[in-house]
Design a protein around this ligand. Structure first.
Ligand code: UD1
Length: 443
């Protein structure tokens, strides 16, 4: 029987599936190096669009999200050279259009919304499909659009495409109704070349906001106050090329810290900025885990029992929402009952049924997860619903007795460079395997 080629490929995609296979129970010992920050990289690469010369970006994480944004810029006409796994040279001078028409690439990642700010800043116009990415809940863009409107752009959203257009961009006062990382960065991208002064109030303060501002300043921008809740931007006419090295990934570091606390052991987590980890270290200490700080490393030691603690996610410098699922996994074997309050996103607990498959005892009540610590977890097949939830399942799998198989690892690999190698190097029994798909699709 004749089968059309595309159909054949789909059958093959379903027939084979990549998984992480973890045999839990090993304590972790040794050293892990942390890569560059994903959430800084996915903003800094689009920011190069604003330059009139070549930008060299160093310490990039080697992850799917970076590859996607790299291919979007190439598609748009930039010359992108990969000098090594972690260094890109981007010459944006070949970009002649503001119409980002590669819908499928954009739909692959949430952070493609930074193309809006970058193209608007460059051309005073932008046409970008609605972003895709992690789907843990509705992710509105009203604050992004509000910022663009203050700068003089008209915004139209039609058939899943956002169109922005201004005669010319002029500085103004932006007051955000919610503290939003993406809106703050987008406002900076659009305002760096706008005429006059822009003030952003109620700005987000995450480490990668400061990183993007530092990168833009290294291209000749005039941004002051990044890292506080008032950012002032004096528009400049031109931005030149730069060489810029991205900060270490706070959430990757935090994930490995939580993993060591969960399994027990003693691991030096290197190439980090300990200050960025303060809220995570503080909560780990509440669980009885020792966190020692060095100049560019933290050592995490857990020997005794894990204690319960309460966690509430908040914008920086509060406890990061992107560490919430990993902490729920950690607390699932702590003694006593922990309450984890998610205050940033409306619904970020969709992974709880997966953790329950491993034996966790968790009750969701609206924005709060009540985690009743159990004496141990048991391996089972699970599916990663999104990036950080996937990381939580890895942590739970490392703790669980027996074998845990995690499907949908494409989400995890969007944001963690070499997670299998890094964990295996400190003693975890974890492998990435391609299986024939025989599992029941319903779990
Ligand atoms: C970024 C991070 C994401 C993290 C989140 C919060 C990147 C690429 N992603 O996402 O991993 O979980 O910060 O730390 O950096 N909001 C609105 N209107 C808007 C924008 C946001 O109401 O226009 C709300 C959201 O619904 C959410 C809150 O603001 O409740 C925070 O969202 P935001 O900080 O914008 O998240 P992202 O930038 O999308």
């Amino acid at each position: 029987m004749y089968i059309k080629p595309l159909f054949k490929i789909r059958i093959l995609e379903r027939a084979f599936v990549d998984k992480f296979v973890i045999k839990g129970g090993n304590k972790l010992y040794g050293e892990i190096s942390v890569s560059g920050a994903k959430n800084a990289a996915v903003a800094i690469i689009p920011a190069t669009v604003l330059a009139d010369d070549v930008c060299r970006i160093e310490n990039l994480p080697n992850i799917k999200d970076v590859a996607v944004i790299e291919s979007i810029l190439t598609y748009m006409g930039a010359e992108v050279r990969r000098l090594s796994e972690s260094v890109l040279e981007i010459d944006p001078r070949g970009i002649k259009s503001y119409n980002v028409s590669c819908v499928e690439m954009v739909a692959n990642m949430r952070a493609s919304y930074y193309l809006l700010g970058a193209f608007l800043g460059k051309f005073s116009k932008a046409r970008v499909p609605m972003p895709g990415g992690c789907s843990f809940c509705d992710r509105p863009v009203d604050q992004h659009l509000k910022a663009f409107e203050v700068l003089g752009a008209e915004c139209h959203v039609e058939e899943a495409v956002i169109e922005l257009s201004a005669e010319k961009l002029t500085g103004g006062s932006i007051y955000f109704d919610v503290v939003s990382v993406g809106s703050t960065i987008n406002a900076m991208l659009a305002a760096v070349k706008a005429e006059g002064l822009t003030t952003i109030e109620n700005a987000a303060k995450e480490p990668h906001i400061v990183d993007v501002a530092n990168m833009l300043n290294s291209m000749g921008a005039n941004i002051k106050g990044a890292g506080t809740d008032v950012i002032k931007i004096r528009g400049v006419q031109k931005l030149h090329g730069c060489t810029y090295s991205i900060i270490p990934d706070q959430i990757e570091a935090g994930t490995y810290m939580a993993a060591v606390a969960a399994t027990g052991g003693n691991v030096l987590i290197k190439d980090v900025i300990p200050k960025h980890l303060d809220s995570i270290s503080a909560k780990l200490r509440d669980t009885g885990t020792v966190v020692e700080e060095y100049d560019e490393a933290v050592r995490v030691i857990r020997e005794g029992e894990l204690h319960r603690c309460n966690v509430k996610t908040m914008p920086h410098p509060g406890f990061p929402t992107d560490m919430q699922p990993q902490f729920v996994a950690l607390l699932s074997t702590a003694s006593g009952t922990s309450r984890v309050n998610e205050s940033v996103w409306d619904d970020r607990f969709s992974y709880i049924p997966q953790l329950k498959r491993l034996g966790a005892d968790i009750l969701q009540q609206g924005h709060i997860a009540i985690v009743q610590g159990v004496s141990g977890l048991k391996g089972a097949p699970v599916k990663a619903p999104d990036l950080r939830a996937g990381a939580a399942l890895v942590i739970a799998g490392l703790v669980a007795k027996g074998t845990t198989e995690i499907e949908n690892i494409k989400y995890i690999e969007r944001g963690y460079e070499n997670i299998v190698d890094k964990l295996a190097a400190v003693g975890a029994d974890i492998r990435r395997v391609t299986y024939k798909n025989t599992m029941d699709d319903e779990y």
